[in-house]
Design a protein around this ligand. Structure first.
Ligand code: DQA
Length: 145
């Protein structure tokens, strides 16, 4: 049987990882993080489908797709849309697929506008503050569902 797929969806500005505020987000690029996630998922017996978009609608379409494709889980770093997007809240609520919220930084320790998450109330759980390693932690968590 083919391995089950975990979608790893990344939102606005995460294509700039590596050069974007490395003191906050680390020096690894999204490609490097994707490579590590692929390797780690393989050891857990999963395939990963890793995507990034600067557009809210793409993330919504991909959440719907993950559900239609019966993905095992979605790992979602929605970037700043975390703090603004009722549409992402609705999309996650509308699907059965478990969604794990991930952030490289710890938004609770940053500006007040980052303290609100529209993802957290509809996520299975949240992993934040551990940099790129958070994606591997999220894969570990998803592998236990
Ligand atoms: C982020 C945290 C968000 O507040 C910010 O807007 C991002 C990245 C993180 O991974 O730490 O773009 O999601």
């Amino acid at each position: 049987m083919a391995a089950k797929t975990i979608y790893i969806l990344n939102g606005p500005n995460l294509n700039l990882l590596g050069m974007r505020e490395p003191e906050i987000y680390g020096s690894e690029t999204l490609d490097e993080i994707a490579g590590q996630a692929e390797d780690h998922a393989q050891t857990l017996g999963f395939d990963v489908d890793i995507r990034q978009s600067n557009h809210e609608g793409h993330l919504i379409d991909w959440l719907h797709e993950a559900a239609a494709e019966k993905a095992h889980a979605v790992i979602l770093n929605a970037g700043a849309l975390t703090h603004t997007s009722i549409a992402l809240y609705d999309a996650i609520k509308a699907i059965d697929t478990p969604v794990i919220e991930v952030h490289l930084s710890n938004p609770a320790a940053r500006e007040a506008f980052r303290h609100k998450s529209f993802i957290a109330p509809v996520a299975k759980g949240t992993i934040c503050g551990f940099g790129a390693f958070g994606y591997q932690l999220a894969l570990d968590a998803a592998s236990k569902f």
